[in-house]
Structure formats: structure tokens, C-alpha cells
Design a protein around this ligand. Structure first.
Ligand code: NAD
Ligand code: DAU
Length: 343
């Protein structure tokens, strides 16, 4: 099996590559990533010498490059993680979200149509369903919940999902879509809630909690997400959407307080700041479909996963301190100069 993983130098994509190389040592994995601010080649160092792994730098928005690239390779499957992924950045500057998340997905699917593949898998998000009220805990997102987006980020992901479904229906492209809740774990970029709060607490800086900190997210340890995608690739039905989530709902304030306890830091570091514009109140996934049809279940509950995650950030300070200092951007410039493809 020859699998293209786009966006594999980011948080979930890199964890997926590690998972797949270990679970299926006979598979060949090629990671294509543009190495934006969120992509970090250092993350992939542990697998760079693996004979079944290759890295290529490239941008999914570049149609000519993508078609040349597909013409030289022979992929059985494509798993598309590549995206602009941070909601706050999409509020600052929506344009690149539309280009990468929508047009980039279209270009990849066009190349898949031209060169043929067994499966195009789109890694989507629960944010396409909008949000749920805080006072109705019985409500959850199912695959039939209507799409109703709040941020430019979620609108771009929802648009991509609609295009993926259209390519399946109109052109017969074999596709699957997964919509997962908030991930956490190793190698998450320190702009997202959990790693941001860990790094700030360690530096004894103020922890910026939006609004009253009452918004709820449904947290899933990243390895459980990777296992779900592997199952969908092998057992998922063509044209289907699968929700992924593990019933681990927590308010942001609860999450931040748990991190402070783990790090033995005072709650006085918490600072309530202006709320995010259009801030979704609550996400909660109903994973009945993937659980009943594919036998997926989460294995790591939040109380265990958050301890593992805090420990990982303590043990791997260099990884995120480099990012915060901007050193890793200099490293790319030295490494790649103006070249587009390296392998
Ligand atoms: P991330 O921001 O950590 O990584 C994104 C990766 O995509 C980076 O390596 C970046 O360099 C690469 N990339 C960006 N633009 C590119 C382009 N034009 N061409 C090629 N590569 C490009 O994101 P993440 O948190 O790992 O999320 C991965 C995917 O999972 C995204 O599609 C996101 O929407 C989805 N998702 C994320 C979560 C979450 O909690 N993080 C939950 C559900 C779904
Ligand atoms: O639900 C899946 C989504 O989860 C993914 O599709 C996105 O790619 C991913 O970034 C994530 O989106 P969120 O907006 O939920 O994640 P973020 O870590 O940015 O924020 C989590 C919550 O914490 C949210 O309610 C906003 C809040 N927050 C975030 C930051 C960065 C704060 O209170 N303070 C902060 O500084």
C-alpha cells in the first residue's frame, strides 16, 4: 500500500504517520507538506531514516506541482490533513483558509481523478456542525446534523466537505470523510489551548481564557483519532461520513485548572480576556456510527491523556521552545532555500 499523507508535518498528520509506520510496517508513506508556520520538519525526525517513509515539500494549492507530483508517484490512498487549522487566525485573515482548505482539496481530488486512487480521505472537523447550547447536555452532533458554520475556518472546512461529496456523486471519486472533535497530545502547535496553557503556566505568564471559560470542547487523545482514520481507510464505506469523538467534554476553565494542578501552578495565573468573535459554545460528538459499524472506541480518557500530554511537553521542551523562539523558521530557510521538492 502506497499512501500519501498531506499536512504530515503538523500535529495530527505527524502522529498519524508514526501510527501507520508502526501498525503497518509494510506500507509506504509519503508525506507532502508546505511547511507553513504550523509544519515542523523536526517533528518527523524519528522517521526520516525509515526506508518506507519519504518527505516532499510542496503546496496543495499549486496545481501544476501537484499534477507533476502525482504523475511521478503511484498512490493507492490519499489522506488529506493539510489545512490552515487555527480558528483565531481565520478571524484575522480568512483568505488563505479558503485557498488551502477549499481550493487545495479540490486540486488534490482533481489529481486523484486524473491518476486514479482507491480512496481519498478528507480529515474534517466537528466544527462544520456549528455549536450546541450549554444547557442541553443530551444534544450531540450526529452525521445527520445539518452543516452550519461559525468561523471562516469552519466554513472553509465545510465547503471542502461539500466538494468532496460532490466529487463522489458526480465523478465517482472513492471518498470518505471523518469529522473529529478537539485533539490533544504530543506535537500540537503551542497556539492551541492545551499546549499554549502548558507553555504559559511553565513560564508563569498569564493564561488568557476567552470570555468566562465556560465554552465546552470534546477532547480526544490524538492516537485515538489516528486509529479511527486507519479503520475508516480499511473498513469505511465509500461516500460515507464518520464522526469521531470520545465523550470527554470539559469546559475550557476545567481544562486550564487541570493543567495548573498537573504543573503545581496557582490559579491566580488565569486571566479572563475578551471573548473570541463568533465563539462556538459547545461541541459534542455522537460516535455511535463508527463504533457500531467499524468497532472503534476511544482508549484514552481525558484524565489519563492530559497527564501524558503535560508530561510530553515537560520532556520535550526543546521542541516547543524552538517554535516559540522562531528558530525553526530559520532552520527551514537554511534547509530549503528556494527549492520546492526535496525527498
Ligand atoms: P496543523 O495546523 O498542526 O497542521 C497542518 C499542516 O498542514 C502543517 O504541517 C502545514 O504545514 C500543512 N499545510 C498547511 N497549508 C498547506 C498547503 N497549502 N499545502 C501543504 N501543506 C500545508 O493542523 P492539525 O491540528 O494537525 O489538523 C490537521 C487536520 O485535522 C486539519 O485538516 C484540521 O482541520 C483537522 N482537524 C483538527 C483537529 C484538531 O483538534 N487539531 C480536530 C479535527 C480535525
Ligand atoms: O473541534 C475541532 C477543532 O478544534 C479543529 O477543527 C481545529 O483545527 C482546532 O484548532 C480546534 O478548534 P478550537 O477553536 O476548539 O481550538 P482552540 O485550541 O483554538 O481553542 C479551544 C477552546 O479554548 C476554544 O473554546 C477557545 C478557547 N481558548 C483558546 C485559546 C487559544 C481560550 O480560551 N484561550 C486561548 O488562548
Amino acid at each position: 500500500m502506497n499512501i500519501l499523507v498531506t499536512g504530515g508535518a503538523g500535529f495530527i498528520g505527524s502522529n498519524f504517520i508514526f501510527y501507520m509506520l508502526e501498525k503497518h510496517p509494510e506500507y509506504r508513506i509519503l508525506c507532502l507538506d508546505a511547511l507553513t508556520y504550523a509544519g515542523n520538519l523536526k517533528t518527523l525526525e524519528p522517521v526520516m531514516d525509515n526506508d518506507n517513509f519519504r518527505f516532499v515539500k510542496g503546496d496543495i494549492r499549486d496545481r501544476e506541482f501537484i499534477f507533476n507530483f502525482f504523475g511521478k508517484e503511484d498512490f493507492d490512498m490519499v489522506v488529506n490533513f493539510a489545512a490552515e487549522s487555527h480558528v483565531d487566525r481565520s478571524i484575522e485573515d480568512p483568505g488563505v483558509f479558503l485557498e488551502t482548505n477549499i481550493i487545495g482539496t479540490q486540486i488534490l481530488m482533481d489529481a486523484c481523478r486524473e491518476y486514479g486512487i482507491q480512496r481519498f480521505h478528507q480529515v474534517s472537523t466537528d466544527e462544520v456542525y456549528g455549536d450546541l447550547p450549554l444547557d442541553k447536555p443530551e444534544l450531540m452532533f450526529t452525521e445527520d446534523t445539518p452543516i452550519k458554520t461559525s468561523s471562516p475556518y469552519s466554513a472553509s472546512k465545510a465547503s471542502a466537505d461539500l466538494l468532496v461529496e460532490a466529487y463522489n456523486r458526480t465523478f465517482g471519486l472513492p471518498v470518505t470523510i471523518s469529522r473529529c472533535s478537539n485533539n490533544y497530545g504530543p506535537y500540537q502547535f503551542p497556539e492551541k489551548l492545551i499546549p499554549l496553557m502548558i507553555s504559559k503556566a511553565l513560564a508563569e505568564e498569564e493564561l488568557p481564557v476567552y470570555g468566562k471559560g465556560e465554552n465546552v470542547r470534546d477532547w480526544l487523545y490524538v492516537e485515538d483519532h489516528c486509529r479511527a482514520i486507519d479503520l475508516i481507510l480499511h473498513k469505511g464505506k465509500d461516500g460515507e461520513v464518520y464522526n469521531i469523538g470520545g465523550h470527554n467534554e470539559r469546559s475550557n476553565l476545567e481544562v486550564v485548572k487541570t493543567i495548573l494542578v498537573e504543573l503545581d501552578k496557582p490559579e491566580s495565573l488565569i486571566s479572563f480576556v475578551e471573548d473570541r468573535a463568533g465563539h462556538d459554545l459547545r461541541y459534542a460528538i455522537d460516535p455511535t456510527k463508527i463504533s457500531e459499524e467499524l468497532g472503534w472506541k476511544p482508549t484514552i480518557l481525558f484524565d489519563e491523556g492530559i497527564k501524558k500530554t503535560v508530561k510530553w511537553y515537560l520532556d520535550n521542551k526543546k521542541w516547543w521552545e524552538n517554535i516559540l523562539s522562531g528558530d525553526y523558521q530559520d532552520y527551514y530557510q537554511r534547509m530549503y532555500k528556494d527549492e520546492q521538492v526535496n525527498s
